[in-house]
Design a protein around this ligand. Structure first.
Ligand code: URA
Ligand code: SF4
Length: 207
């Protein structure tokens, strides 16, 4: 299956209640062979109308941050944990996340990126559990996720939160500036994936 075929399937999905109030599904967008994938929580109003991820105010900040490290949106892949907008931008319910999760599994398997940047604490917690974002942001963790394979995760604050809190914006900018070196290091470190213990759910710090 290609990413395009997967997204075609998502466009008619009715696996959870979020299908009822959505306008458009927001499967994700970008390079199907990207080295870097950004994962937010779920589409907001603008995303729901356009069918594209991170196109509102938070998306504008995300684009600026990417440009700041020489990355164009088309060079990355941007997706969300749930592909349909939770009404009123509420947090997705556990059963909605569970219903949508296989799509993210397939996306990450198909793209097979070097680095997954999680945006905000909800997205982080799906991959790097039991940590607070204030301690984990700006650090890279490697872990094997069932059905997704061995991946490196880099949690940062959500750009939407940074819009209203200047201090978080400074942190997000600082964390972003670490990404190019981190990517280069992962490319170099060919053993990086082999070293992850498949049985462990504990993320391992990538230093
Ligand atoms: N916030 C998210 O988490 N995802 C989007 O696509 C837009 C805003
Ligand atoms: Fe399907 Fe995911 Fe949309 Fe629910 S949120 S209807 S599982 S695509």
């Amino acid at each position: 299956m290609t990413l395009e075929e997967l997204h075609q399937g998502i466009s008619t999905c009715e696996k959870c209640g979020l299908s009822k109030e959505r306008n458009k599904t927001v499967p994700g967008d970008g390079d199907p062979h990207a080295d870097i994938v950004f994962i937010g929580e779920g589409p907001g109003r603008n995303e729901d109308q356009q069918g594209l991820p991170f196109v509102g105010a938070a998306g504008k900040l995300l684009s600026e941050l990417m440009v700041g490290i020489g990355l164009e949106r088309k060079d990355a892949f941007i997706a969300n944990v749930v592909k349909c907008r939770p009404p009123g931008n509420r947090d997705p319910l556990p059963e909605e996340v569970e219903a949508c999760w296989p799509y993210l599994e397939q996306q990450l398997k198909l793209i097979d990126p070097l680095l997954v940047v999680t945006l905000g604490r909800h997205s982080m917690n799906r991959f790097v559990p039991n940590k607070s974002i204030s301690e984990a942001h700006g650090q890279a963790f490697r872990r094997e996720i069932p059905n997704m394979g061995k991946l490196v995760f880099f949690p940062i604050y959500h750009p939407a939160a940074a819009l209203y809190r200047p201090q978080l914006k400074d942190e997000i900018v600082a964390d972003f500036s670490k990404v190019p070196k981190l990517l280069a290091k992962i490319k170099q470190d060919k053993e990086m994936r082999a070293e992850v213990d498949s049985q462990s759910t504990q993320p391992k710090l990538f230093t």
